[in-house]
Design a protein around this ligand. Structure first.
Ligand SMILES: [Zn+2]
Length: 449
């Protein structure tokens, strides 16, 4: 038993179901191939090792049917959990706890919680997104007053704690805004004014520059899909090289203000180029004025350190999401991004681990990713997509830079033909997917280059 293939009870229930199904699949196919081998050996036909034979293992039609029925039940259950009209529907109110974890709290708390959920459903755009309002209120009552106090009565210890709190918030906030930028809001239409204005206050506090996430991610990254024209593309970098990683981060850090407007100009999107340049340079001007005219020390802790951490975090995340790119079909969403199951990113960052599913349909609601993954499981397997568990994007990047492919291979949840491969073979396979593409290869392999 691979110790990395364990289900963490503290992570999301849908992830637990998805991982359980994948692991059962692996066990079933391996057990069947072992049985076949034994019977072949008994008949005196086969002298090959079991490792050699496993790739040929296939489920019998009966097993296929059983698996499909089992998957179908889980898919129906997951769908019901997400459907407000279904009796099984469970709203997500907090990212850290499920409602059932709060069943033993005092009755007063549970009544208040019920009242809050009833009210929150009328405020959010999609009534399954109560958690978005919870987080908006969290930031409104912690980030904003803390920053105001820091500007009025600065102290080093407060500045340090303020920055730590915002580094802690960074992932959840960014992925909440990820939903916001893809759907152009998270609140009900009647609150559009609030929906469009709150990011101008919260974005700088969390380390984002105004509107840049929308222009960079939605209007550029998803259009280019990690291809040659994507400014955050990983394909021209050796993804297990520390030097290449530094170059990748530094390019975004120092040049995005120039490169993104130039990208839109090359695409003949002049208005967008102007807007993104104005947003980015306007943000820098705002930071400069806050530092020089208002309070330098408060600006360092409330605005500059969060910006520094966020930009590095965004690039580490993108590196991890697109580090493994298939050398045969690098423009396939299945082969240029990965899926993480049963990881903290899914619990605290709105299912961010399902990155392939997100690229397949960027407007898919975050709660739909596990069910959508299960529905398309056979395509992921056929396409030899990569699915990992018990490792997050940050640690994927760290392990890559350590060239620890063995560790990464043990975190891989094998699907399709990978089920028959040894850890060493998977490690070697992963290594082939982190190689830098030459310009000739890019011309030959990317249809739109
Ligand atoms: Zn996206």
């Amino acid at each position: 038993m691979n110790p990395f293939h364990t289900i963490d009870p503290n992570l999301t229930k849908p992830d637990g179901w998805v991982l359980r199904i994948l692991l059962e699949n692996v066990q079933t196919l391996r057990a069947r191939s072992t049985l076949e081998l034994q019977s072949n050996n008994d008949d005196g036909y086969c002298s090959q090792s079991s490792e050699d034979k496993i790739p040929d293992a296939k489920q019998s039609p009966d097993q296929d049917k059983q698996t499909e029925q089992g998957d179908g039940k889980v898919i129906d259950h997951l769908r019901a959990l997400n459907d407000p009209k279904d009796s099984e529907f469970i709203p997500i109110v907090f990212l850290s706890w499920d409602l059932e974890d709060l069943a033993n709290t005092p009755i007063v708390f549970r009544v208040l919680l019920q009242c809050y959920v009833g009210w929150a459903k009328t405020i959010v755009r999609n009534e399954v997104d109560v958690v978005m309002l919870t987080h908006l209120l969290l930031y409104l009552f912690t980030s904003v007053p803390s920053a105001i106090y820091l500007y009025r009565h600065f102290s080093l210890i407060h500045g340090f704690l303020h920055t730590v709190m915002h580094v802690w918030y960074a992932g959840s906030y960014t992925l909440m805004m990820h939903q916001h930028i893809h759907m152009r809001g998270v609140l009900a239409k009647k609150y559009a004014w609030l929906d469009h204005s709150f990011p101008y206050i919260t974005d700088p506090l969390m380390g984002h520059t105004w509107n840049s996430y929308y222009f960079h991610h939605v209007k550029h990254h998803h259009v280019e899909g990690n291809g040659p024209n994507d400014l955050s593309s990983t394909i021209r970098y050796q993804r297990d090289s520390l030097w290449d990683f530094f170059r990748y981060v530094a390019r975004f850090f120092f040049l995005v203000w120039l490169e993104l407007p130039l990208y839109f100009l090359r695409q003949h999107k002049t208005t967008m180029a102007f807007k993104v340049a104005a947003s980015e340079l306007g943000s820098y001007l705002f930071l400069y004025l806050m530092a020089t005219r208002v309070n330098l020390h408060a600006t360092i802790f409330a605005l500059l350190l969060p910006l520094f951490v966020m930009r590095i975090g965004l690039m580490i995340g993108n590196w991890g999401q697109h580090a493994f790119v298939d050398d045969v079909e690098p423009d396939s969403d299945f082969r240029s991004s990965i899926t993480l199951v049963d990881v903290a990113s899914n619990r605290y960052c709105f299912n961010d681990g399902y990155h392939t599913s997100h690229h397949l349909n960027p407007r898919r609601h975050w709660r739909e990713h596990p069910v959508s993954f299960l529905q398309q499981k056979h395509i992921y397997a056929k396409e030899s997509a990569l699915v990992f568990c018990n490792i997050d994007y940050l640690m994927i990047t760290v392990k890559l830079l350590q060239k620890d492919y063995n560790y990464l291979a043990r975190c891989l949840v094998p699907i399709g033909i990978q089920i028959g491969m040894s850890i060493e073979a998977i490690a070697a396979l992963l290594e082939t997917k982190t190689r830098r593409f030459t310009e000739d290869e890019i011309c030959a392999k990317f249809k739109h280059s």
